[in-house]
Design a protein around this ligand. Structure first.
Ligand code: ATP
Ligand code: MG
Length: 740
């Protein structure tokens, strides 16, 4: 019997899951056991005409990040073809919800053309409210608290009603929450939480919007929060056909209200749920797996689970202590370069990831990578889009797309300068508020002489305002004339030229103009690349009889989709011009979920960072280290500085580290490295062994100086000896092994 290509390369347990006839299925399994692979195959199976034959537009598949959905789209394309995949409703919960709201938001009274407030916008709004009302609470915690209330479905009215105590802090919070909601509404903005909440509202009131849906699939289910869980149920309301995959040991979003309880909740709600367990690990070497296991097993409350390595033991994880954080960064980058050279190019920059507890730790590493000329990209940290010059251009685009965005308009009103000072802006804002108009409508009226401000405007301010209004109106006309998907780039070019943006940068940042302009060029490239943003197909929902979908203007929709994608993405390309496959990844551990790399560095593994000194849940901190370690396929490096760079105090290695790796000395250099490590790496990655010539060339080119310290730390070879290697020694060592 021919094996179905969909089932090719899957083990028995994975096949059972893919072909399971039950409609509600949970696949629970440890990292690297092929959950995502299995989920992907199940999507293909559901669509296959030989099996269920569902229409792709009737299947919803939720991934945790935009990157993960792109990867899944790619994998599926191989299995079932681009055509079919492009119709699938595949994305993050946020992007899928946005899609439903664009199409059907009018049914719940959402104004069309809403914008998305990203976390920066939210913070700005909250800061402004706190300042205006002269309150004592801190903006950042207030924002997280609002978000966590929303994630639990608690609105400010609920809190207001429940306000038994006269606790001042609580009262202030409710005030901020209320004003925040009002500010979003007046700018026709939805924040991340609103995208989910409003979609829940939509689907509860108008379940026919998802009446076509045949199946719902969710990856990384352990990190769904209450609202996402509810959405999943609503999506699946018609046919109750759900597949989820997850691993409670990798739940690391409790701080954002994720609830592992959802697993049991789901089993209670759907009594016919079947559970499939996967036990083989295909990702990591045996020794990496064993160390990771030792970390997670410290959690005594956790049920014992089986996990079998499918690869050999490989190279032991390395723990290194460096004098300072700067030295740690230097060592990591040198080590990356050395690995690339020593393995005869078996490894390339994109095979390496540096994982951090928080993005704030990345600065030194970024600068060291820059210094040593290693290209990198940063994921989940301070984003490319948050750079001042990019942010400004984005604000222009946002106002053009959506002029009611009061905050964005306020930010661009006097940048570049138009003689509209803070007082004038305040004057205009007050005017708009009392006229119950958006800032934009009010300004337009003022410019056209239909209204006036309380205090009349100076002549220069008046001129400045009309210039701005003229620019935005011209841009909106241009947008309207744009009847294809090129609008993001067209508008961006328009703004840049009308503002004389390059000259503005030169005048404002004389020392840094070149860098900033390079960023602008990168941004232009991204705006022109419709595949980088998600394409039009991502926005189409199937037609449903009796339900009218909002059909927008194609150019306007393309711009708004581009902006939504920017708001919802965490990924950044920092260097330009290079092939994306040639970059080292720096990522927060949180953003690295579900991904894998041949070589992983986990930096700053010390008490206070992992576990974090402010963390409330130490089990979650342990799982975080577990997630980080289990990203590695062939080599795992853990490191810490001897002194904390903030307070200069001596550090203690993370108490989560098992004794087995706390003691490791540096290995993996010398002919032994060549012999075992390189071939071992190639085997785990399923790559061809590098040629002897390549290895010899690598060894001869050396990369010495920085690594003197490393060479001498080797068990078997002194630094001296190591430096004296030559090709013949390597060759004899290879010969001795009798060729793999
Ligand atoms: P995580 O919990 O980290 O998200 P996961 O369980 O989703 O991990 P996958 O990412 O699906 O795991 O798979 C991990 C690696 O193992 C991938 O490189 C995948 O291609 C490979 N893999 C999965 N199943 C098999 C198999 N049956 N045979 C060979 N390789 C496999
Ligand atoms: Mg996965």
């Amino acid at each position: 019997m021919d094996i179905d290509p969909i089932l090719n390369g899957l083990n028995a347990a994975q096949r059972t899951a893919v072909t399971s006839p039950t409609s509600v299925l949970q696949v629970l399994a440890p990292p690297g056991s092929g959950k995502t692979k299995t989920l992907t195959a199940r999507v293909a199976y559901l669509l296959s005409s030989k099996h269920h034959g569902f229409r792709p537009q009737d299947v919803i598949c939720c991934t945790f990040t935009i990157k993960a959905s792109r990867e899944m789209r790619e994998r599926l394309s191989h299995l079932i073809g681009d055509q079919v995949v492009s119709k699938l409703v595949l994305g993050t919960f946020h992007s899928i919800c946005r899609r439903y709201l664009v199409a059907y938001g009018h049914l719940i009274g959402l104004k069309k053309g809403f914008g998305i407030a990203d976390s920066n916008d939210s913070l700005t709004i909250i800061k402004r409210i706190i300042k205006r009302l002269n309150l004592n609470i801190q903006p950042n915690p207030a924002r997280s608290r609002i978000s966590s209330q929303k994630a639990q479905g608690i609105c400010w009215q609920d809190l207001d009603n429940a306000r038994h105590s006269k606790n001042v802090e609580q009262q202030e919070f409710v005030q901020v929450y209320r004003e925040y909601e009002a500010a979003l509404a007046s700018s026709n903005l939805l924040d991340y939480d609103d995208l989910l909440l409003r979609c829940v509202d939509l689907l509860r009131k108008h379940p026919q919007c998802v009446s076509n849906v045949q199946a719902v699939l969710v990856d990384e289910f352990q990190d769904t929060n209450a609202i996402q869980y509810e959405l999943m149920n609503l999506f699946a309301a018609q046919n109750r056909r759900i597949t989820i995959v997850g691993d409670p040991d990798q739940s690391i979003y409790g701080f954002r209200s994720a609830e592992t309880k959802n697993l049991e909740r789901m089993q209670r709600r759907y009594p016919n749920t079947s559970v499939v367990l996967l036990e083989n690990n295909y990702r990591s070497s045996g020794s990496i797996l064993r160390s990771a296991q030792q970390v997670i097993e410290q959690d005594a409350a956790r049920p014992v689970k089986k996990l079998h390595p499918t690869h050999g033991i490989g190279t032991m994880p390395v723990l290194r202590k460096l004098p300072t954080a700067a030295a740690e960064a230097q060592w990591m980058v040198a080590e990356i370069r050395r690995c690339i050279t020593l393995t005869g190019q078996l490894l390339k920059p994109s095979d390496f990831a540096i994982l951090l507890r928080s993005a704030a730790l990345s600065r030194q590493i970024e600068s060291e990578l820059g210094k040593q000329g290693v290209p990198y990209r940063m994921v989940g940290g301070s984003r490319f889009f948050d750079r001042v010059e990019i942010r400004l251009l984005l604000d222009y685009l946002r106002v053009i797309s959506h002029p009611e965005n009061n905050d964005a308009l306020a930010r661009i009103i006097n940048v570049p300068t138009r003689k509209i000072g803070d007082e004038t802006l305040k004057n205009l804002t007050v005017g708009a508020e009392s006229a119950k108009l958006s800032l934009w409508s009010f300004i337009k009226d003022v410019v056209q002489g239909r209204r006036s401000c309380q205090k009349s405007l100076s002549r220069p301010a008046n001129i400045g305002l009309s210039t701005l209004v003229g620019l935005i109106e011209a841009a909106r006309q241009k947008l309207h004339d744009c009847v294809d998907e090129s609008s993001p780039r067209t508008l961006l070019e328009f703004v840049i030229s009308k503002l004389g943006f390059r000259e503005y940068l030169t005048a404002t940042y004389p020392l840094d103009e070149e860098n900033r302009w390079a960023n602008v060029e990168e941004f232009l490239a991204q705006a022109g690349d419709s595949s980088a943003s998600y394409s039009q197909q991502d926005d189409v929902l199937p037609e449903i009889e009796g339900l009218e979908q909002h059909q927008g203007h194609i150019g306007e929709e393309a711009l708004s989709r581009f902006l939504a994608n920017v708001a919802l993405s965490t990924e950044v390309t920092t260097e330009q011009g290079d092939q994306p496959q040639e970059k080292v990844t720096i990522s927060t551990i949180h953003a690295a979920k579900g991904l894998e790399w041949p070589v992983v560095f986990v930096a700053a593994v010390y008490e206070g960072i992992i576990p974090h000194s402010r963390a409330e849940d130490s089990d979650e901190e342990r799982r975080l280290l577990y997630v980080a370690m289990t990203r590695a396929q062939a080599l795992l490096y853990l490191s810490l500085p001897r002194r904390d760079s903030k307070n200069g105090e001596e550090t203690r290695p993370s108490s989560f580290l098992p004794p087995s790796i706390a003691e490791t000395k540096f290995r993996a250099v010398g002919p032994k490295f060549v012999d075992k490590t390189i071939f071992g790496i190639a085997d785990i990655l399923g790559r061809e062994h590098p040629s002897q010539e390549a290895i010899i060339t690598g060894l001869q080119s050396g990369l010495p100086s920085l690594n003197d310290d490393l060479w001498t730390h080797n068990d078997e070879y002194t630094g001296d000896k190591a430096m004296r290697w030559d090709g013949s020694q390597v060759l004899s060592s290879l010969d001795g092994r009798g060729q793999a």
